[in-house]
Design a protein around this ligand. Structure first.
Ligand code: HEM
Length: 234
């Protein structure tokens, strides 16, 4: 359910803030960094359930970051049109923002699993252990791709080499889907409606992306599309 709400928030932000996101990205990077450190390292005392579920958890559970990743994915796969025109120029900024916000999620769970107090009360199933190990690869891909998204760094690398490195984004998207499925499936199979809605929503997003991406590849093969941009930019 959180992912549905996160997508509504993320898409709305790209419409409302698109001009300042393009012209003042560093303000958003600093803001996201502050939020990630604050919510990652500090537990808000007596936060109401509403505040927890619809605000704080969007950051701590990684869903707002993942909603931004989804926009980064779709902008490249969408056919030419209004949505693509709005999202394409924002892709570098959104992927850097998503990475900074993902740090909140990572810090939150590393603190939980590393803490000698919390960990014993959280027996990890085999699936969870696999998902957590997978997340290490997610981070190992996310960090270099994010660094390469900064225009100053990108300008130092040949466009051909930059696009080749960005192909790792496909591995990232796939591992992210597996990470989420492995972690949400146990509660979904025991009838947890929230997890079932989330699994359905993530699968629908990935399936639609897959179809759009294939359509684009077929169209470009038939020479109708032709734009060569990076994967995180494609
Ligand atoms: C690039 C890095 C990562 C991304 C984008 C990411 C994203 C996500 C997303 C979207 C979910 C599902 C949340 C939901 O819909 O409720 C999730 C769940 C989870 N992630 Fe990650 N994750 C990342 C790295 C990590 C790392 C490094 C850890 C652990 C140290 C971790 C631990 C977890 C856990 C425990 C859950 C299950 C939470 C629950 O039960 O709701 N993740 N992650």
């Amino acid at each position: 359910m959180r992912i549905v709400f996160s997508i509504v928030v993320a898409v709305s932000l790209t419409f409302v803030l698109r001009s300042s996101l393009r012209h003042h990205p560093y303000r958003y990077y600093l803001g996201a960094g502050a939020i990630s450190l604050l919510l990652g390292f500090w537990t808000v005392p007596s936060a109401t359930t509403w505040l927890d579920t619809y605000i704080l958890d969007l950051f701590r559970r990684g869903t707002l970051a993942t909603a931004l990743w989804c926009i980064v994915m779709f902008a490249g796969a969408l056919p030419n049109g209004k949505l693509k025109r709005i999202w394409m120029p924002l892709r570098g900024t959104l992927s850097i923002l998503a990475a900074i916000l993902t740090l909140c999620h990572t810090i939150t769970y590393i603190r939980i699993y590393a803490s000698p107090v919390a960990r014993p009360s959280l027996p990890m199933s085999g699936l969870q252990i696999v998902a957590i190990h997978l997340s290490v690869f997610l981070l190992l891909i996310m960090i270099p791709l994010t660094i390469l998204s900064f225009p100053t760094i990108r300008s130092k690398i040949s466009p051909k080499r930059w696009i080749a490195i960005q192909r790792l984004a496909y591995v990232f998207y796939l591992l992210l889907y597996v990470h989420i499925m492995l972690l949400l499936m146990p509660s979904a199979t025991t009838g947890h409606l929230d997890a079932q809605i989330s699994i359905f929503t993530y699968s629908l997003i990935y399936l639609s992306y897959f179809v759009l991406r294939i359509k684009k590849a077929v169209a470009s093969r038939h020479g109708r599309s032709g734009c060569a941009a990076s994967l995180l930019e494609s």
